[in-house]
Design a binder for this molecule. Structure first.
Ligand code: PDD
Length: 287
């Protein structure tokens, strides 16, 4: 299976689905999206993803034209095409539809939005990122301030990831001019200091991660305090551990920032406990 999708009422293998070049998602990045992890055809935290999709659409004044129930039904129909056992990703994207002639101004309100859903197998990342940990690279925070909305305008994220790749790092993390580490190009960032987990305050422009919520639950279950606190470049030497969290990667230990060791330079005990608990939650809910 290479991937199967739904595009505005058509169900087909991905290579047989085509969008119009006049789609506002293509021309303006005028759309929102979600990525959902699936195991044994069961989507993990589907409702939270659908809720965030609705919030992202509201945030860009996009009327999705489908109810939560309709979207959920599409996801479950799509999942019939996923491997019966094993892992997969579901991708959902809604754009402000097709408009001619091209115009920045919104199209007429009766313009149908473009709905694209896809599922493809996903085996996860190599085991060694969890056992050895990863290096992260830093990239200037050049994004707009509404990054709490999950829009398909991802050029800064794409460039940050490429910067990371060129430096042999797993992730590019956005850093503000005053040394604040915000989040990864596709992940939430955490630090561990004196037994407490710290993460970027939600008042900072940052994506409200679904996995962040799972990490919060894991910490509550483990009795590990979790606080919102700005993560600063100058505080690196005082962090015992750092880690990333995302739908696709769960929890990944960060052992170096731009080649400089974090803590002991290997995955720390708090991160490993949290990873274990997050995986237990994931397996329990998708078993
Ligand atoms: N990215 N921050 C950003 C900028 C992200 O794009 C993502 C997710 C996260 C983590 O959010 P969540 O835990 O809800 O996946 C944080 C997805 C996986 C992507 O774009 O592929």
């Amino acid at each position: 299976m290479t991937g199967f999708g739904y595009l505005n009422g058509v169900w087909a293998p991905l290579d047989r689905l085509h969008i119009s070049p006049l789609d506002r998602g293509f021309l303006f990045g005028d759309g929102v999206y979600e990525v959902i992890r699936v195991r044994n055809r069961r989507p993990f935290r589907l409702e939270a993803h659908l809720e965030r999709l609705e919030a992202s659409a509201r945030g860009i004044l996009l009327n999705p034209g489908k109810s939560r129930e309709e979207v959920r039904d599409l996801v479950f129909r799509l999942l019939e095409q996923a491997p019966a056992s094993g892992e997969a990703l579901v991708y959902i994207q809604v754009t402000r539809g097709v408009q001619f002639p091209r115009s920045h101004a919104f199209p007429p309100p009766d313009t149908p939005p473009t709905w694209f859903l896809a599922v493809w197998p996903f085996e996860g990342y190599p085991e060694e990122i969890y056992t050895r940990g990863v290096n992260i690279a830093l990239f200037p925070e050049v994004r707009w301030r509404w990054v709490h909305l999950k829009t398909v305008q991802l050029l800064p994220n794409v460039l940050a990831k490429e910067e990371a790749r060129r430096k042999g790092a797993f992730e590019g993390v956005f850093v503000t001019p005053d040394g604040l580490l915000v989040e990864g190009s596709s992940s939430t960032l955490f630090a561990v200091r004196d037994g407490a987990v710290l993460t970027t305050p939600s008042s900072t422009p940052v994506l409200p991660g679904i996995t962040r919520k799972v990490v919060e639950e894991a910490c509550r279950g483990l009795g590990i305090p979790l606080r919102e606190a700005p993560l600063r470049k100058e505080d690196f030497p005082r962090y015992d551990e750092m880690f990333l969290a995302s739908t696709t990667a769960h929890v990944v230990p960060v052992v170096a920032v731009e080649g400089e060791s974090v803590g002991k330079g290997k995955p720390g005990p708090v991160t490993r406990e949290i990873l274990k608990r997050v995986l237990a939650i994931y397996f329990a809910e998708t078993g």
